[in-house]
Design a binder for this molecule. Structure first.
Ligand SMILES: CCCCCCCCCCCCCC(=O)SCCNC(=O)CCNC(=O)[C@H](O)C(C)(C)COP(=O)(O)OP(=O)(O)OC[C@H]1O[C@@H](n2cnc3c(N)ncnc32)[C@H](O)[C@@H]1OP(=O)(O)O
Length: 212
């Protein structure tokens, strides 16, 4: 079995250490603090001596956390369809400080939906979200829609149409749905919508369940 096929099998099978909600909470709280730290590092104007002290303090913390490590990011069976959620996902992972994180829900009609706000940590052009960050989020929700359809796959193609800039610091909506499946291939469509109700990005992707 190739790495890709094994990864897809893992979407539905529990092949990772699974944490309970009680185990997740304190580690998610730590990730929240690190998220705030990332923002503070970008915006701080404290003097150089304080920056050096802060760097040493963070290095000491990292060393402390590394005294007991897992060899893979953990998962939790909190999703629908018996799907396992990757707690370290850069989009939805509550344990990943670089994830916003976005809470993606599956609706009764099989589409997936999330409401979220991105801070200027994800800025590309001034005041707007980086296009690559939007692509990351869209790839994820498109993949989640394919998985929610019972047909997960690796992203084979991802097409984006950036219709207008996506602002940060305001509520955004992302939705995705599976539109077609043929054998190992699944197609899905998605949009990101701004607070004025206008679509900022349209996306379509094709996912392939690996042969081997
Ligand atoms: C822990 C769990 C968490 C769960 C969370 C759930 C949500 C997760 C959301 C995460 C979302 C994030 C997701 C991610 O980030 S996935 C990461 C990004 N994607 C990749 O890295 C994919 C890399 N590529 C591959 O692994 C393989 O090439 C794949 C699997 C895609 C195909 O390799 P395979 O060996 O199986 O294919 P085949 O050669 O037998 O060809 C079969 C057919 O497909 C056609 N074809 C092939 N490639 C392409 C292409 N690129 N465009 C168009 N067509 C293509 C080909 O012509 C043929 O067509 P036909 O002749 O039959 O007509």
């Amino acid at each position: 079995m190739s790495g890709a096929r094994a990864a897809m099998e893992g979407v539905f099978a529990g092949d990772r250490r699974e944490l309970s909600e009680l185990e997740i909470a304190p580690q998610a709280a730590l990730a929240d603090e690190v998220r705030a730290l990332i923002e503070a590092v970008i915006h701080t104007e404290v003097p150089e001596t304080e920056l050096r002290e802060a760097a040493a303090a963070v290095a000491a913390l990292t060393e402390r956390l590394n005294t007991a490590r897992r060899n893979r990011p953990p998962a939790a069976r909190l999703g629908v369809n018996g799907m396992v959620k990757a707690l370290g996902s850069p989009v939805t992972g509550v344990l990943n400080a670089i994830a916003p994180p976005i809470d993606v829900v599956t609706l009764e009609d099989g589409s997936v939906h999330a409401e979220f706000t991105l801070t200027d940590v994800y800025e590309g052009p001034p005041t707007f979200v980086h296009g690559g960050v939007s692509a990351l989020i869209l790839d994820h929700v498109l993949g989640a829609a394919a998985a929610a359809n019972g047909t997960p796959g690796m992203t084979a193609t991802l097409d984006l149409r950036y219709r207008r800039p996506t602002p940060h610091g305001v509520p955004l909506v992302v939705t995705a749905r599976t539109v077609r499946n043929e054998g190992r291939k699944t197609w899905a469509d998605a949009t990101i919508t701004g607070p004025d109700g206008r679509v900022t990005i349209e996306a379509t992707a094709m996912f392939i369940f690996p042969a081997t």
